[in-house]
Design a protein around this ligand. Structure first.
Ligand code: UT7
Length: 329
């Protein structure tokens, strides 16, 4: 009797894209001041660690950013778009109500036929999408997947609410995930708790030819902060245990980039030296589902994260949703 060959998935290429318009805290504060909204570089840096973010031009959509990130990831993996058999886009700012942003990305890549769909788990979206792609590869439903996080959060910000509009930015990150005889993705875990819907949401809805309800982001920052810190620690411990690894095995921690204080507290609770923590929130702000693949790609391209490193990705956000993926690059 032959034993079945175990099938795993592994990241073979990463890519990212930021729209060129970079806005520093001072530039944003000046724009807000013109509308009577008071903020400062000092407040934003002290409370969040954010120094700048990128905003897409008005005619640029999530699929535009996604396709650029995807092209970089495909080139890094040396994979032709025609050989991709699964496209998953994690986004909460899709181009349209439907079809999915993944279908638009597929068209922009000039390919057709492969499965393509979106995952909506807000800032946990990339971790959700990667877990779905890994599962599909391990069952044989796909062999070469493009997994993308892409957002234009600037479209859903209330620029009269200084408590939220200074936090977010636009961007996209992508990975090519391929079937592999050796494990890349070691373990993953996803969670949601719908009892917390109201603390982070965009309550509006398209109905009867109009937008019903408020189409702008609402957040109870302190409530989100409190939940996020506990969840990121718990899910990290749990995914490490699932993979039979310990805190000491982590070469790099990439938590969702929302607030430097949350990142530092997660690293501290995991007793991880701070030089193992990847931080991009200072330059990108919170790019929701794009933040983790953007941080991963920047770290790979800068030579920080190298093949064979063990990386823990952690997402947390609206829903409430949270999750983690532990992987060997
Ligand atoms: O992506 C999903 C995950 N999201 C997150 O993880 C976000 C989690 N939450 C946070 O990061 C923080 O709660 C915030 C950065 C959103 C807020 O920081 P905070 O330390 O919790 O501030 P706060 O909301 O308690 O506000 C403190 C003060 C308030 O003034 P008073 O009432 O004390 O006089 C705010 O009005 O800071 C004021 N404030 C600002 N001041 C200047 C709020 N936003 C600003 C601002 N500039 N932009």
């Amino acid at each position: 009797m032959t034993s079945p060959t175990l099938r795993h998935s592994r990241i073979t290429g990463t890519g990212s894209f930021l729209p060129p318009n970079r806005l520093t805290n001072d530039a944003l504060a000046a724009q807000l001041a013109a509308d009577g909204i008071e903020t400062s570089d000092q407040w934003i840096v002290e409370r969040t660690g954010i120094r700048a973010r990128h905003f897409a031009a008005p005619d640029v959509t999530s699929s535009d950013l996604a396709v650029e990130a995807a092209r970089h990831a495909l080139a890094a993996a040396d994979v032709d778009a025609a050989n991709i058999d699964l496209i998953i886009v994690a986004t909460s700012t899709p181009d349209m109500v439907f079809p999915s942003t993944a279908c638009l990305v597929q068209r922009k890549l000039g390919v057709a036929g492969c499965a393509a769909f979106d995952v909506q788990a807000v800032c946990s979206g990339f971790v959700y999408a990667l877990t779905v792609a890994d599962s599909m590869i391990r069952t044989g439903a796909a062999s070469k997947a493009l997994v993308i996080g892409a957002e234009v959060f600037s479209r859903i910000l209330d620029f009269k609410d200084r408590g939220t509009c200074v936090l977010f930015g636009d961007g996209a990150g992508a990975v090519v995930l391929e079937a592999s005889a050796t494990p890349g993705i070691l373990a993953s875990e996803l969670h949601a708790d719908g009892r917390h819907v109201e603390i982070l949401c965009v309550p509006g809805n398209v109905s009867g030819g109009q937008v019903l309800g408020d189409p702008l982001l609402k957040m109870d920052g302190p409530a989100v902060f409190k939940l996020a810190v506990g969840m990121l620690y718990d899910v990290a411990k749990s995914v490490l245990e699932k993979a039979g690894r310990s805190d000491a095995d982590i070469d790099w921690l990439i938590p969702h980039q929302a607030n430097i204080r949350i990142l530092l507290s997660t690293a501290k609770r995991l007793k991880l030296p701070l030089d193992k923590l990847i931080v991009t929130v200072d330059q990108h702000g919170n790019t929701s589902a794009a933040s983790i693949p953007l941080a991963l790609d920047e770290s790979v391209r800068s030579g920080k994260i190298v093949r064979g490193d063990t990386v823990l990705l952690e997402g947390v956000g609206g829903g409430f949703t949270w999750g983690a993926v532990l992987l060997d690059l």
